[in-house]
Design a protein around this ligand. Structure first.
Ligand code: ADP
Ligand code: MG
Length: 289
């Protein structure tokens, strides 16, 4: 079974149980309306040694920042403001001292930068390898929530370019959440070629991507840019008539562009275009297992 096949299976298995007011599985965060026009959003992510990182290659400080950043990005991609996290660590004996302290300094740095409190967690010993699990909680006005399911045929598809070193686009996500012309939003984690399919499935639409408009990192080719897992960038759809204005306002506010990379269509399919002509490409993003 693929990762997404397994998630669909889980979803079906629990479909008949009470939802207790939650909009559950399938978006970047689960959403719980709490009254007075506000909702809480919840997301969780796991990082496992040997799968997501190698101890010699990643400093504990950097890992502390990264494990928080992926969650803040998921909260921001709903348009929400992250307010708190829960942190669970499973640590082998040889990491209990300096490694764990350095990890927490990195985690604190980013928590401070984004004004997020650490509300709890769990700490256990591990028999094999480090495992890190972070749950993040955000708050948002109901009217600002951006779901993967909001895309409409005719929408422009826009990708927000990351600024400097990979930081989650928290202020950007909150700002885009407040713009009514933004219809759907998510954060890129597996690459455009894979992630746009989540918007297509949840919205019941197709998409046409113009490969000449995909932003390229320095020296990268377009297939790598379309299929690579470049984290923390926001992917959104917006009313096409308002997209230029949106991008101009975004640039004025953040100093970085929103790249128009294509259109939402009614076809239900993912199409690739080059100079306006269809190209038969079998591009897929990163898959987990
Ligand atoms: P993201 O890349 O934004 O973190 P994922 O691709 O990991 O999202 O997950 C897709 C959706 O499936 C999310 O809504 C997530 O909450 C849900 N999900 C993933 N794994 C599980 C699981 N083991 N049990 C329940 N829901 C899950
Ligand atoms: Mg996400």
């Amino acid at each position: 079974m693929t990762e997404f096949g397994f998630i669909d299976h889980i979803k079906e298995l629990f479909a008949a149980l009470p939802d207790n007011g939650f909009e559950g599985i399938g978006d970047d965060c689960a959403v719980l309306p709490v009254g007075e026009g506000e909702s809480l959003v919840f997301t969780t992510d796991m990082l496992a040694e040997g799968v997501h990182f190698l101890r010699p290659a990643t400093s504990p400080r950097e890992l502390g920042r990264k494990s928080l950043a992926v969650n803040l990005s998921d909260v921001a991609s709903m348009g929400a403001r992250p307010v708190a996290t829960l942190l669970s660590l499973s640590l082998p004996a040889d990491t209990a001292g300096t490694w764990a302290e350095e990890f927490m300094l990195g985690y604190r740095e980013l928590s401070e930068a984004f004004g997020v409190t650490l509300a709890g967690g769990d700490t256990t010993r591990s028999a094999a390898g480090i495992t890190i699990n972070v749950t993040a909680i955000g708050r948002i006005a109901d009217a600002h929530i951006k779901r993967r399911s909001g895309a409409r045929p005719g929408d422009a598809i826009l990708a927000a370019a990351a600024h400097r070193n990979p930081l989650p686009q928290v202020a950007e996500g909150i700002w885009l959440g407040a713009r009514s012309e933004v219809h759907a939003m998510m954060d890129l984690s597996d690459g455009l070629a894979s992630d746009i399919r989540h918007i297509m499935e949840r919205s019941g639409v197709g998409a046409a991507i113009d490969i000449g408009r995909i932003p390229l990192a320095q020296g990268a080719d377009v297939e790598t840019a379309a299929c690579g897992g470049e984290d923390y960038k926001l992917l959104l759809t917006a009313d096409a008539a308002a997209a230029d204005r949106l991008a101009a306002d975004f640039r004025a506010r953040f100093g970085t562009p929103l790249h128009p990379v294509g259109r939402i269509t009614g076809s239900g399919k993912l199409e690739w275009l080059e100079n306006g002509r269809p190209r038969a490409l079998d591009w897929h993003g990163f898959t987990h297992y």
